[in-house]
Design a binder for this molecule. Structure first.
Ligand code: G3H
Ligand code: 13P
Ligand code: ZN
Length: 419
């Protein structure tokens, strides 16, 4: 295992940006298989060097985690799996997950961490587990304790100096553990976790450079025209020049960091039509055209966040299941789930209709064949939504380009580099 070059004076080069070893063959890589999760930085370094996009996918159940690991393995892609604040609360058993307690988040973060390790153990592909839209130091600590190898601190709704201060504090906390830190600058329109923003404020490329310098963060989410959720607008044109300018400014200033695109679901129309054909009422549901995401990945966007597509696919699959097998609507074990699924035709977030099978969702317990059918629908939803994106974004067959590095080794590098 090679450790990166020492920091060159005045820049952050050498922190694992260019894996400094030869990658000979698939077999050679397989010998070096990780039995642990890698810091997200290692996965982003390869995406940056080889100019492809690395999808990052939000997980909200044990079954989804199993399926996500498997599809990344089948497609020989590195994996970034994410748990958002609300996911941690939900996986901790909190049904009011948007207002989850820190206690529930601690439990949920550990369950997600354990599930990723269970299915990712001895995996032939490097896997990172990342906190998405972390809001507090307490949450970050809960995730590091739970086995996350990367955390986002989203201070984008704060005044700039406070965002810098909060992010810097998280970097100080996380880097000694070798844990990667993602910050956010600029506000996306739509639902920003708990914050609703009707308008977006695009990221200022020069301020992004200042932010990297002042905070020492590894990655930065920028606002450039994407937005969270299923209503991104028809024919949305993202501001690729913001991504390009930010990356160029970073290169000029020797910033060894990575850029992240949030709100990047493509909202496949077959999912929307499938849901609406079976009683759903999704209006104006449109995503980002995948060709634009492929384009920005070549221009310096390294990580592409997707959550909504997975929710849509899972919901469509469950509606189809109950359509094809109507007797399941009366099932003792999943009849209640059907009622909850049909309660709100505008809802496509599975967390709002799976309260009756929480042990299955949070612990992976499958008591009978009917529950197994639900789990299979969710797993298929993950597989079918993620697989094409791994191919299109370009991480397909690139796992061998990722340096296998431990958090301990990364911590050593941060220490040497003084960040
Ligand atoms: O960017 C937000 C993600 O889609 C996470 O959503 O907070 O509802 O889990 P959530
Ligand atoms: P979507 O709502 O477009 O899937 O965005 C997900 C995201 O940005 C997670 O952080
Ligand atoms: Zn996001």
């Amino acid at each position: 295992m090679k450790v990166g070059n020492p920091r060159t004076s005045g820049s952050w080069q050498g922190l694992g940006r260019s894996p400094n070893r030869s990658f000979c063959s698939w077999n050679k890589f397989a010998d070096e298989v990780n039995d642990m999760l890698v810091p997200m930085r290692a996965i982003l370094a390869a995406a940056d060097k080889y100019r492809y996009g690395q999808g990052a996918f939000n997980m909200n159940s044990v079954g989804q985690i199993e399926a996500a690991v498997r599809i990344h393995e089948l497609l020989h892609s590195g994996a970034i799996l994410q748990g958002a604040e609300a996911s941690n609360a939900f996986m901790g058993g909190e049904l009011d997950f948007m207002h989850g307690t820190i206690e529930a988040k601690k439990v949920g973060a550990k369950r997600i961490g354990d599930a990723v390790k269970r299915y990712g153990e001895n995996s032939p592909v490097p896997i990172a587990l990342h906190l998405d839209h972390g809001k507090s130091i307490e949450s970050v600590k809960a995730c590091i304790d739970g086995g996350y190898t990367s955390v986002m601190i989203d201070g984008s709704s704060l005044p700039y100096e406070q965002n810098v201060e909060l992010t810097r504090e998280v970097v100080k906390l996380a880097h000694p553990y070798g844990v990667t830190v993602e910050g956010e600058l600029g506000v996306l329109a739509g639902v920003e976790d708990h914050v609703f923003s009707a308008t977006s404020t695009y990221t200022n490329p020069m301020q992004a450079v200042d932010f990297f310098k002042k905070t020492g963060c590894d990655a930065l989410a920028i606002s450039y025209g994407t937005c969270h959720g299923a209503n991104k607008g028809k024919d949305t044109k993202i501001r690729r020049e913001i991504a390009i300018a930010t990356k160029e400014c970073m290169l000029h200033e020797g910033i060894d960091g990575y850029l992240v695109s949030h709100g990047s679901s493509t909202v496949p129309q077959e999912y929307v039509q499938g849901i609406n054909a079976l009683g759903g009422q999704l209006e104006n549901a449109f995503g980002i055209d995948v060709a634009q995401l492929v384009d920005v990945a070549r221009c310096g966007i390294n990580k592409i966040n997707v959550d909504t597509d997975i929710r849509l696919a899972c919901t469509r699959n469950l509606l189809e299941l109950f359509e094809k097998e109507p007797e399941l609507r009366e099932s003792a074990s999943i009849g209640q789930l059907y009622k909850d699924l049909k309660k709100n035709p505008k809802n496509f977030d599975p967390r709002n209709y799976v309260a009756s099978i929480m042990d299955t969702i949070t612990l992976g317990v499958v008591p009978d064949a009917h529950v197994q059918k639900v789990v299979d629908c969710m797993k298929d939803g993950v597989t079918e939504s993620i697989a094409p994106l791994l191919v299109q974004f370009g991480s397909y067959r690139k796992s061998h380009l990722i340096e296998v590095v431990t958090c301990e080794q990364m911590a050593e590098r941060y220490k040497k580099a003084g960040i």
